[in-house]
Ligand binder design. Structure first.
Ligand SMILES: C[S@@+](CC[C@H](N)C(=O)[O-])C[C@H]1O[C@@H](n2cnc3c(N)ncnc32)[C@H](O)[C@@H]1O
Length: 221
């Protein structure tokens, strides 16, 4: 994995610039992986759900559609991205949600609050040393037995998918600071169970979808 080159302190500034054009590229190259991530997440009506790094709300709108009578929270570090997410969420047929500023490293929720946590295209910005601490933070806010689904940019599986990381090497901001990562081993290290991963490529852009569960109460390792 290439080193992360966008420090957290630069994320809101960088994504304020990206917010107006973010969705074009995202729809073009991330839609299939996002769809698979939502399928694996399998949001049910009546659940309490969290999306971390909700961005412009591309996945959040699907969570609201699936969960009109439960409660859905979305957090992001960048106010400009959240403004777009709010506009998108206003079209939903439910007001049982909240979107607010929040940091994946220190989620402002009590332990065991959520049935599921969804997180897409954020770990590709983080330093590898931060993977396990942030995954433990996701695990903390999940109820026992709750699930985590991540969608990430991932390293190329074939030469013709390598152009995206070449762009990152050239100038990390061109890809919003995203480079390919593989998070499944880190989910296991953070104590998630039943971890699985699938590789998805759309227009040569390589993504991974990763699933894991917090151990149920009384689980014996
Ligand atoms: C590439 S965008 C992806 C947005 C959205 N998840 C999606 O799939 O379209 C990365 C997002 O991660 C957010 N982000 C980065 N670091 C974060 C952190 N520590 N806590 C919360 N959000 C963060 C950025 O503000 C940005 O909105």
């Amino acid at each position: 994995m290439l080193p992360a080159r966008l420090p957290k302190s630069a994320v809101p500034r960088t994504y304020r610039r990206i917010a107006p054009t973010h969705d074009g590229l995202a729809v073009l190259v991330e839609a299939q992986a996002r769809r698979l991530g939502l399928d694996w997440f399998d949001a049910q009506d009546g659940e309490t759900l969290l999306e971390v790094a909700v961005g412009t709300g591309l996945s959040f709108q699907h969570l609201l559609r699936a969960n009109p009578n439960g409660w859905t929270e979305g957090v992001d570090l960048t106010p400009a991205m959240l403004r777009k997410a709010r506009r998108r969420a206003e079209h939903a047929a439910t007001d049982r949600y909240r979107l607010r500023e929040g940091d994946a490293y220190a989620l402002d929720y009590p332990d065991a609050t959520f049935d599921g946590v969804l997180n897409s295209y954020m770990f590709d910005l983080l330093p590898v040393d931060d993977f396990v601490p942030v995954l433990r933070e996701f695990k903390r806010v999940l109820r026992p037995g709750g699930r985590l689904v991540q969608v990430n940019m991932t390293p190329a599986a074939h030469w013709y998918q390598g152009g995206w990381e070449a762009l990152y090497r050239l100038h990390p901001a061109l890809l919003g600071g995203c480079r390919g990562v593989r998070t499944a081993p880190f989910l296991r290290e953070a104590g998630f169970l039943n971890v699985r991963r699938r590789f998805v490529s759309q227009w040569t852009f390589p993504s991974e979808v990763v699933y894991g569960e917090k151990p149920a109460a009384g689980h014996v390792p």
